[in-house]
Design a protein around this ligand. Structure first.
Ligand SMILES: [Zn+2]
Ligand SMILES: [Zn+2]
Ligand SMILES: [Zn+2]
Length: 100
């Protein structure tokens, strides 16, 4: 099983240093996921609000990158496969604010 959406993976600028929706509402998260189509930073499926998945449902952007810190792998929501992003990771945009 491979991902057929590699062409949607592009260089992006992270929209925020943490999950932008959680930062707005004062919620916390477990891990961050960066949308590789537009740069939206959301929280993972282990987080209470699952904003990265919500972003996928809203926009159809299929590929996210592990981003807490940059972990050099991607995940396609449509194909449900991991993608190797070691050749093209997104640099972190400063330290990540955390709610512990
Ligand atoms: Zn895919
Ligand atoms: Zn969130
Ligand atoms: Zn996006």
């Amino acid at each position: 099983m491979t991902c057929s959406h590699r062409t949607t993976v592009t260089r992006v600028t992270p929209s925020a240093r943490g999950c932008e929706d959680c930062l707005r509402t004062g919620s916390g998260w477990v891990h961050l996921r960066l949308c590789r189509a537009c740069g939206h930073v959301g929280c993972c499926d282990d987080s209470p609000n699952r904003h990265a998945r919500a972003h996928f449902h809203e926009t159809g952007h299929p590929v996210i990158e592990g981003y807490d810190p940059p972990e050099h792998w991607g995940w396609c929501y449509l194909d449900e496969v991991f993608i190797d992003l070691r050749a093209d990771p997104t640099p972190q945009d400063g330290s990540i604010p955390r709610f512990v």
